[in-house]
Design a protein around this ligand. Structure first.
Ligand code: SGN
Ligand code: CA
Length: 511
């Protein structure tokens, strides 16, 4: 009798532990690369349709004012993992690209409480992932075609196909074989839409009949903005006809490049079939000056948007997987890019600057039963907040040294107000010649201190100058605003303990 009672109690206990485990939400975090909100229809883009990302918006919340702390790949992922600014997690730039994986992360916090965790796809953090039940990552930037993957056993495997499709396949494989008695947290890291924007074969011709309007500040003269004057990321001067836009003088040169060399004969043929006629037409036109730059812009848009089509399609596959497997109701889905990107604004591609297009990032979230469908949120939220948000959703305590804040209170009906100002610090002083800078934005005004490459201050009034072309730092009408923003900047620097910024200001006698 007694042993029967013990057996009964044990089973009940096990069952309730299982039920508790089941109740905790699963987490699906999809992190893309260089995906601009200007290319997402839910954000109002007229460039293309993104039905899958729009679906997350319609069934959840779209954050209109989502920012990154440091607009570049590795550093942004390190911020997401640790919920700490670059000066705290140590991963400041891609020049010394090595994330200290022994640090605490939201993944490790989840794992401690019984979550199964995985990272599949682009990682770009130099060191091996730690604290995951499973990982399978692209080495470095990864390849669009027939990508190699690094595996947990120290191996390296090449898989045939297009990267975004394969990463989603691998994610589904892991989901199919996971331990279903535990909740999961899966991070899918996509390479799309990173340079050099190589579309999936099925999407190559997608935008051929479309002409894209030039952004209004495409011909920015960079007047009054020293850092913008010295950058090397313009469509006109920096974007390469061959390497970026696949316009090689002869096809053997094209096929010699590593991107094409690794392709199968059929993939190579598909590339030639598409790009050679474009090249022939281009050659005939004998374009120069602005006509050439504008032609480059059209080609850039066609390739960039085509890689976005594949990204959106595979996000759709992930959502469909949740539906088909009865997981949608109990899974928090988050979509974010590692940063925003310039689609011709200021005449640029790439990112890095604290100007809106790269400072902001697409960020959407679906949390059935917790977040009402179809919300648009205008609070200033950050990639820094992902960790605490996910931990709170999972009912896990947020470690006090994480610098972000859960954004759930902003979208679950409470009257939480959110942060009043956003602090930014970009460090890399290399490729694309963007001067390091830090700054603060309160939505209306933005103050930026550039250092190292150029020493300068910029102040923008975003209400009157949303395209950030008019630096009013020395305008006497903005004297009071300038002082106010300087105070805000100092407050933010102290709050996040950015000793790097303090050093810069001290050296200039400005602290
Ligand atoms: C590569 C690109 C750059 C890009 C950086 C950072 N050059 O170096 O254009 O800014 O990555 O991008 S490429 O010729 O190799 O494509 S990030 O997404 O990794 O931050
Ligand atoms: Ca990136």
């Amino acid at each position: 009798m007694r042993s029967k009672l013990i057996l009964f109690l044990t089973i009940t206990l096990l069952l309730s532990a299982e039920m508790f485990a089941q109740k905790r939400p699963n987490i699906l975090l999809i992190v893309s690369d260089d995906h601009a909100y200007q290319a997402i229809s839910s954000y109002g883009s007229k460039l293309m349709e993104t039905p899958s990302i729009d679906r997350i918006a319609n069934e959840g919340v779209r954050f209109n004012k989502a920012y990154v702390t440091n607009s570049i790949c590795g550093p942004s992922r390190a911020v997401i993992l640790t919920s700490k600014y670059s000066h705290k997690n140590g991963f400041r730039d891609n020049i010394n690209p090595r994330f200290d994986s022994t640090q605490n992360t939201f993944i490790k916090e989840l794992a401690k409480t019984g979550y199964q965790t995985a990272w599949i796809g682009k990682w770009h953090l130099g060191s091996q992932p730690q604290g995951f039940s499973f990982w399978k990552i692209l080495p470095g930037q990864g390849s669009y075609y027939n990508p190699d993957f690094l595996t947990m056993d120290g191996g390296r495997v090449r898989q045939e196909g297009y990267v975004t499709n394969i990463v989603q396949d691998e994610a589904e494989k892991w989901l199919n074989t996971r331990d279903t008695s535990k909740p999961f947290c899966l991070v899918i890291g996509h390479k799309n839409t990173h340079r050099t924007w190589m579309p999936d074969i099925q999407d190559l011709r997608r935008f051929d009949s479309q002409e894209f309007p030039l952004p209004v500040n495409f011909y920015d003269d960079y007047n009054g903005r020293a850092a913008a004057q010295v950058q090397d990321m313009s469509i006109e001067k920096t974007m390469l006809l061959d390497y970026d836009l696949k316009m090689y003088e002869d096809s053997s040169k094209m096929l010699d490049h590593g991107f094409f060399k690794r392709m199968t004969p059929a993939q190579r043929q598909a590339m030639l079939d598409y790009y050679r006629p474009v090249y022939d037409d281009f050659k005939n036109r004998k374009l120069k000056g602005q006509a050439l730059t504008e032609w480059k812009y059209q080609r850039y848009m066609r390739d960039y948007l085509a890689t976005s089509v594949s990204l959106d399609r595979n996000i759709g596959r992930a959502l469909d997987y949740l539906d088909k497997n009865g997981l949608a109701e109990n899974t928090l889905v988050i979509y974010i890019s590692d940063q925003g990107f310039y689609l011709g604004e200021h005449g640029w591609f790439d990112k890095r600057f604290m100007y809106e297009e790269s400072f902001r990032t697409p960020f959407l979230m679906r949390f059935p039963g917790k977040v009402q469908p179809g919300i648009v949120n205008d609070n200033a939220v950050m990639n820094l907040d992902l960790g605490p948000t996910i931990l709170q959703a999972a009912g896990v305590k947020v470690p006090p040294d994480m610098q972000g804040e859960s954004i759930l209170p902003l979208v679950t009906g409470s009257h939480a107000k959110g942060r009043e100002a956003v602090y930014y610090h970009y460090y890399e002083n290399g490729e694309h010649a963007v001067s390091p800078h830090f700054g603060v934005s309160n939505g209306r005004y933005k103050l930026i201190r550039f250092y190292k490459r150029v020493e300068s201050w910029e102040l923008f009034d975003l209400q009157y100058d949303p395209k950030e072309e008019d630096n009013v730092i020395n305008d006497r009408h903005y004297k009071r605003i300038r002082r106010k923003m300087e105070k805000e900047l100092n407050r933010q620097i102290k709050k996040y303990e950015d000793t790097d910024a303090i050093q810069v200001l001290k050296a200039a006698g400005e602290w």
